[in-house]
Design a protein around this ligand. Sequence first.
Ligand SMILES: [Zn+2]
Length: 193
Amino acid sequence: MSASRSSPPSPAHPALQPAARPPIALRYLAGYPDALLAQVRTLIERGELGEVLRRKYPDAHEVRSDKALFDYVNERKQQAMRNAPPLQLVHYDAKLKVLQHALGTHTRISKIHGGQLKSRREIRIATLFKEAPAAFLDMIVVHELAHLKEPEHDKAFYGLCCHMMRDYHQVEFDLRMYLTQLDLDAKAALESS
Ligand SMILES: [Zn+2]
């Protein structure tokens, strides 16, 4: 399934779409074309979304600690954004709600230090990315690094993201499907307990 291509949805089997059932809410995917969302709903109804994502993104990563994350982010920064100011703090944050501010967060806190105004640059990554496929961690790191130069989610921002990660838009879409699947897994676990 491609996020950039708008192909017609494959017709769902009628038996899988009882008329009484309300459409599955796709809160992580708001704003994408309806045809694409229909394909996602079909995968969910067939119970295939998790497997589709596992097949497409089989690779885990070893970026398990804040130290490893700091090194990873700085290495990525050196490749594409050498001239951006150095990062002071990079860490995983268990309290971060992924939906707030598009999946990660970046802050530029201005503080007065001995009469000098210094900008503290910090990148926090939601802890769920520790367990996520490597491509999703990379995408979120690219997103936060791009914010060092471009604060808004505008054309310049996404241009920079795509410069750092060629298939950025596709991976972001796939990540949003992954988050949807995590919610479904959590809900199923609750219901079976
Ligand atoms: Zn953002």
